[in-house]
Design a protein around this ligand. Sequence first.
Ligand SMILES: Nc1ncnc2c1ncn2[C@@H]1O[C@H](COP(=O)(O)OP(=O)(O)OP(=O)(O)O)[C@@H](O)[C@H]1O
Length: 239
Amino acid sequence: MSTIASGEKAVALSARSLVYSYDSAPALKGVTMQVGRGEILSITGASGSGKSTLLLCLAGVLPPDAGEVRLGERVISAESESDRSRLRRSQIGVVFQFGQLVPEMTALENVALPLLLGGSRRSAAEAAARTWLERFEVGGLADARPTDMSGGQAQRVAIARAMVTEPEIVFADEPTGALDSLSGELVMTQLVRVARDAGTTVVLVTHDARVSAYGDREITLRDGELDAQPADLIDMSAS
Ligand SMILES: Nc1ncnc2c1ncn2[C@@H]1O[C@H](COP(=O)(O)OP(=O)(O)OP(=O)(O)O)[C@@H](O)[C@H]1O
């Protein structure tokens, strides 16, 4: 696993001293981290360590109680819910453990949906959706509904849907958690290949060491705090 040395890459996303509690139970206790542009970062940690909460704060879904999240130049943690939600539709892609495809829609319709919601014409949205399905080698499933797909195929369609708007960053929370290991490997191999080709930054949450090894770098949460700060992370945050 290689690390990205300070100054080699621009910072895509950073968090400083993030704190988040559910009611009075603290889930994040001051997390500072960053991701380089085009980097694939794995966030690992035991169940309940705060991985999903960190991902939701980084993706602008949960506003932190304290601290800040920056996406490029924007301090998204300070933005209104409507601004953050617009940002999530255009510049952020999210994939969950269960792809959450719309069951009544075909793969093509599912992948075209974010573009249609963003105001694209149907013909352009469907052409782009077809291209993204082909990138994930599920072009042959364009007319299939989620119930007719394997879990791995559905997950590749879900990732194609997360990337069809060509977001700067994709967040994936246990994207292989519901798959057998062979399907999980195929999903990860394709996610990494397509993200590298597109130059997309990826933040991946997983408790599975085999999945986390697909990242360029790994950070570990323990009880809402980072386990250790790699030297390059400290250098980058100081700049
Ligand atoms: N909606 C919620 N309401 C109350 N507490 C929550 C909620 N979501 C998470 N928590 C608590 O916050 C802490 C961090 O949870 P989080 O889901 O972020 O951890 P995680 O590392 O992603 O866990 P897992 O791997 O099991 O998904 C845990 O103690 C959890 O019980």
